[in-house]
Design a protein around this ligand. Structure first.
Ligand SMILES: *[C@@H]1O[C@H](CO)[C@@H](O)[C@H](O)[C@H]1NC(C)=O
Length: 570
């Protein structure tokens, strides 16, 4: 194991700690064993060594190891791949992270005795001056600054800068960077992780402990991911490893009017913002295609494959009555890259303005642990309608000045208790398209609390009977109805499993989200019962398309705009 790592020592002005000598032993038939006896409070023992080549100061060595696991009262490192012969010398320096900070001993060496013994060997100092150095005071002011850059061959050159601030900058090694450093203070924890490598870039050492949540005790609990921040999207770029485009014409199971495509006219990142913008299918294929051509998106490489074939999602043929989806838009999801359970999510977004636009920021279960929708749940942070001047039968606004937050759950489709976990909010004197707002959810093992601009808007705690009793399904669907959540030990089932994030902008649809009973300023150009809804919608284009403002502002008034997304794990 070859490990390259860099440590910066920062400490409070706490008690001194005296670093002892590690014990070197030959292993039988070959190998090297190094051990360091623990005293209370040691979190990590770092050893850097060369064989037969002196090592200056805190330079990286041929071997650089972190020992964080203690066994039998000692931090032990064994490597059967190391062959050392009698008379050879191991030059090393050692770092011990003790609860009051980091302490090191440099310019050390040990010469392999002759004859080879597999019993405990003697540690010999070849330099008279043994210094036990507590890192200077200064708290977190140091840390590791800079990164690793430089050449590869023959090892690395370490340079220490920092002195009183306790920071260390190392030049050497190959590719990779350093994230974090060591944070001092009472906890003496180790910050961040270190990525580096002697050849080809490899991740080793304490980096491995600090890159994933939950974190090792040695990691700094104030720095991501060990402060719980397990996901952050600032849209420096559109990261296709993180966000997968759905490619389908299936209309979300709601006969929505858009097809979802991967096209930079429909989804793009600019100014640290994701834009999902609708366009007309006629712009791409010509208007005649809507009623005459086949659009086939089965695809021929993984990046192209249709992601949803239900409801003729991968191939549709336009006819005089069945038009193909007249709008194009995008739906992005983290299903392959990120999902979480329990924690906090916050999303900042500005909603689209324009008739029949239906944006959503929501989550679906990564695994359908209780079966198909809605048995495994759905969490909608935000759904809205882009229409101005839209009202329901009670006269309440349901347009772009309002939005809804909903949880969907039920034993099987279409039985769904969502009405008990649904809230709408309406702004006065402004709309959700005027500026960015923040949607939040705090999700614990006990309840889910939803926020709009940091104000609580809904708290859902199903009580000890869980969502089964909250939904009163036995009463409404009959006592014989199967409870998909009965074997879960969580009252939150189905909301006790990992969910992933979805961002999309839909257009219209016949499922009733745009209800025939509601009142829309310009009238609703299709009936949800119409077998020719797609055509009816398209024929009324002159009525709704102008409201999308395609010619001003790069058409972005009609775009769902998403800024920072953060998820913290509890
Ligand atoms: C992307 O969408 C635009 C607008 O509809 C269209 O003009 C363009 O051809 C599309 N690009 C691709 C690669 O399909």
């Amino acid at each position: 194991m070859i490990v390259l790592y860099v440590l910066a020592l920062i400490s409070c002005a706490c008690a001194q700690y005296t670093v002892r000598d590690p014990v070197f032993e030959m292993m039988s038939p070959q190998g090297l064993r190094i051990s360091y006896t623990d005293t209370n409070g040691v979190n990590l023992v770092g050893l850097h060594f060369n064989i037969d080549t002196p090592l200056a100061g805190v330079a990286a060595g041929q071997y650089n190891i972190d020992i964080v696991d203690k066994s039998g009262g000692a931090f032990v490192y064994e490597d059967q791949g190391i062959t050392v012969r009698p008379g050879q010398t191991i030059y090393y320096w050692i770092l011990v992270v003790h609860n009051s900070g980091g302490f090191q001993k440099t310019e050390q060496s040990w010469t392999v005795p002759s004859p080879i013994t597999t019993t405990q060997a003697t540690t010999t100092r070849t330099t008279a001056a043994t210094t036990t150095t507590a890192a200077p005071s200064g708290g977190i002011s140091g840390g590791i600054s800079g990164g690793i850059s430089g050449g590869t061959s023959g090892g690395t050159t370490g340079g220490t800068t920092g002195g009183t601030t306790g920071g260390t900058t190392l030049t050497g090694g190959t590719t990779g960077g350093i994230t974090g450093g060591i944070t001092g203070g009472i906890t003496g924890g180790i910050t961040g992780g270190i990525t580096g490598g002697l050849t080809g870039g490899t991740t080793f050492g304490i980096a491995a402990n600090c890159k994933e949540y939950p974190c090792d005790a040695a990691c700094d609990q104030t720095v991501a991911p060990c402060n719980g921040l397990i996901f952050e999207e600032n849209w420096d770029k559109l990261d296709f490893d993180r966000w997968q485009h759905e490619l389908t014409m299936s209309g979300g199971g709601n006969w929505e009017f858009q097809m979802y495509v991967n096209n930079r006219s429909n989804s793009y990142v600019r100014d640290n913002t994701l834009f999902i913008k609708p366009t007309l299918t006629s712009e791409k294929f010509g208007e005649a295609a809507l009623s005459s051509e086949t659009v086939d998106i089965w695809g021929m490489s993984p990046a192209d494959y249709c992601t949803g074939n239900a409801f003729w999602g991968c191939s549709r043929t336009g006819t005089g009555t069945n038009y193909i989806n007249p709008a194009r838009s995008a739906r992005l999801r983290t299903v392959n890259s990120f999902a979480f359970k329990y924690g906090k999510i916050e999303v900042e977004a500005k909603l689209p303005t324009g008739d029949w636009l239906w944006p959503a920021i929501w989550m679906l279960p990564k695994h359908n642990s209780y079966g198909q929708w809605p048995a495994s749940g759905e969490i909608d942070l935000m759904e809205s309608r882009g229409n101005k001047n839209a009202r329901n039968s009670q006269g309440e606004s349901i347009g772009v000045d309002s939005m809804g937050t909903t949880m969907h759950w039920g034993p099987y489709w279409p039985v769904n208790g969502y009405a008990k976990t649904h809230v709408t909010k309406t702004l006065s004197g402004e709309t959700f398209g005027d500026r960015f707002h923040k949607w939040g959810l705090e999700w614990t093992e006990n309840d889910l609390t939803f926020y709009l601009d940091d104000q609580e808007i809904m708290k859902v705690d199903p009580g000890p009977g869980g969502f089964w009793e909250l939904g009163e399904f036995s009463q409404t669907q009959g006592a014989a109805t199967h409870n998909p959540w009965q074997y879960s030990d969580s009252k939150l089932a189905p909301f006790d499993h990992e969910f992933y994030i979805i961002l999309n902008l839909a257009v219209g649809g016949t499922n009733g989200f745009f209800s025939d009973q509601d009142t829309f300023a310009s009238g609703k150009p299709w009936s949800n019962e119409s077998p020719t809804a797609f055509k009816d919608f398209w024929m009324a284009k002159n009525q709704w398309y102008p409201t999308w403002n395609a010619d001003v502002n790069n058409g972005e008034d009609a775009a769902l705009q998403v800024k920072t997304i953060r998820v913290w794990k509890y």
